[in-house]
Design a protein around this ligand. Sequence first.
Ligand code: FAD
Length: 461
Amino acid sequence: MAPAQNLISSKHVAVIGAGASGLIAARELHREGHTVVVFEREKQVGGLWIYSPKSESDPLGLDPTRPIVHSSVYESLRTNLPRECMGFRDFPFVPCVDDFSRDSRRYPSHREVLAYLQDFAREFKIEKMVRFETEVVRVEPVDGKWRVRSKNSDDLSEYEIFDAVVVCSGHYTEPYVAHIPGIKSWPGKQIHSHNYRVPGPFKNEVVVVIGNFASGADISRDVAKVAKEVHVASRGSEASTYEKLSVPTNNLWIHSEIETACDDGSIVFKNGKAVRADTVVYCTGYKYKFPFLETNGYMSIDDNRVEPLYKHVFPPALAPGLSFVGLPGMGIQFVMFEIQSKWVAAVLSGRVTLPAPEKMMEDLIASYAMLEALGIPKRYTHKLGKIQSNYLEWVAEECGCQPVEPWRTQQVDRGYGRLGSNPENYRDEWDDDNLIKEAYEDFASKKLISFLPSYFPKSGR
Ligand code: FAD
């Protein structure tokens, strides 16, 4: 940890967004003694986890003027991480066994995550810091401070000055649509997973789903319940891949990548197979976008790399007044938000100091060079994958908080392993009961639960 040189001071901080990252940022900033205003354009906390049956008018999300629907959650969505490793560290995401309206499964539905975040906001009295239905439309540096312009539901806008702004606006709303050769003249329907809600519209269709990670695996199986055929294009698979799955509905094929789309309606895969498809569903991820941010050209997004951003949190020349919580995707999310928020709060109070801007830039340039040397494309800069635990260890040490419990990362690794090997049932069949037990014992030893449950969630095996 960098030793503090300054006196601890309280700052006036704007947090943009009241999803998981904004809620924990608000709590950590408040705990550190800062005054906090959270701006949230929705009517409630929860961000992405607020399911809406509505989707956007442009199914691919290409029209920049389209009205935005924030959430990308589909009706059948269950978490892709076990609940024990997912929750904030001092507010475990354990089942509410006395409340039958709640979902006690180890991988619960999106509604349970929303309920958990609402519980968290209530427990730590965060809602009183939130201005609901208030959208931040511009953030800019002015004389060493930050000017924030917001607009409420009556369209009334106002400017306010803050010492610092923490951006927690999420990054699963702006679709990334993979390019398919020939797609311009392909006559079928196209939709991005951001706008997928229920399988009904795909009844009796032949559907091609691009992507085979969490959303692709889920959506292809959801659609297969009603579609005639579902063909999944899987980039990670060898070119010759062609496999018919007998489960769950005997109408699902896994292929390699798409070679081309043709004007007769067919989609040709790299394995040489061709299908006449009605719809293509892109489960190809999202793009970072901060339309409210004006940094006079200092920051930019190039090939989905938000730059320059020291350790994915601080833009060197604008730090610590501007920071970002939640940018790296995949792996443990809520705990990462928590540790990043503790770092931001401690830096703003002066308890922890950042290196000089030139040093942060040197570090960044070295990390970009390292990615290039490893052949990792720019667009994966914020995908930490296997190095997430090293990253979290570094940030935790920097701000003097406990390192992440090893059982959490082990649960994530085992869970992703099951997702790859058993996408149908990875949420209900597991073989890491020892890690569940370890998690609950850890919660009990920290007095986060009042008693050890007499049973742990049971595998459906
Ligand atoms: P969000 O939840 O998106 O919240 C951002 C908030 O900012 C929103 O409330 C939005 O309204 C608000 N906002 C945005 N712009 C403005 C503005 N200009 N002014 C005011 N308010 C604004 N993670 C897991 O840990 N487990 C899972 O199982 C899991 N499943 C996922 C499934 C899907 C389909 C997706 C897309 C992601 C999943 N994730 C999962 C990752 C998930 O995104 C994070 O866990 C987390 O919920 C993101 O929180 P966030 O606060 O960063 O963003």
